[in-house]
Design a protein around this ligand. Structure first.
Ligand code: FE2
Ligand code: FE2
Length: 189
């Protein structure tokens, strides 16, 4: 259980770092600068391909088990499962927006800003709910057998950005993450 919870939390910390980087890029707009669209695309590519496809399946198992053990959290669990779908769609929308820009389609700037803001709000709210309400309850009520089922739902393969086998396309993004981590006053929690 401790390992599964630690990994679960560590992935949330990584996602939160990427959301902060995404917000930093959008803030460039307001300062009259041009955001790094390639970096934003890499963040979204990772979130769509790793967070949505690797992080969410074991969560889905954990939530189903949790609702069985504690029917009082059923409503909360239903909302989180719906949010997994909403987050995937909001991420795809943002990725499409970035693709249009890279193909020089004259998309209004406000469209990208709104898509990014929507994504940030949904994702941060989702992470906060999982960390504050659902994970502590799961730690209390899930059994060893439940945690084994959660671990078995993790798809094979390593994390392509934070793992040992980093994908080449993530080199620049990885450097940005390290830059923020080494900045004075950075809080890693
Ligand atoms: Fe989730
Ligand atoms: Fe999560």
């Amino acid at each position: 259980m401790a390992d599964s919870l630690a990994l679960w939390h560590a992935e949330h910390v990584n996602f939160a770092r990427l959301l902060d980087l995404l917000e930093e890029q959008v803030a460039e707009f307001h300062q009259g600068e041009r955001p790094d669209y390639a970096l934003m695309s890499d963040i979204l590519y990772y979130m769509r391909n790793f967070a949505d496809r690797v992080h969410h399946p074991p969560e889905d198992v954990a939530y189903a088990r949790l609702a069985e053990r504690d029917p009082g959290v059923q409503l909360q669990v239903n909302r989180l499962l719906q949010e997994h779908c909403v987050i995937a769609i909001a991420g795809e929308e943002l990725l499409n927006c970035l693709k249009e820009i890279s193909e020089d389609v004259l998309a209004p700037r406000s469209h990208l800003e709104a898509a990014t803001a929507t994504y940030l709000v949904y994702y941060r709210h989702h992470l906060a709910t999982e960390e504050r309400l659902v994970m502590p309850r799961a730690a209390q009520v899930l059994t060893g057998e439940d945690w084994a089922a959660v671990a078995a739902a993790v798809p094979a393969g390593s994390d392509p950005l934070f793992g040992d086998d980093m994908l080449e396309r993530f080199e620049v993004l990885r450097r940005q993450i390290d830059r923020v981590a080494q900045a004075p006053g950075h809080d890693p929690a």
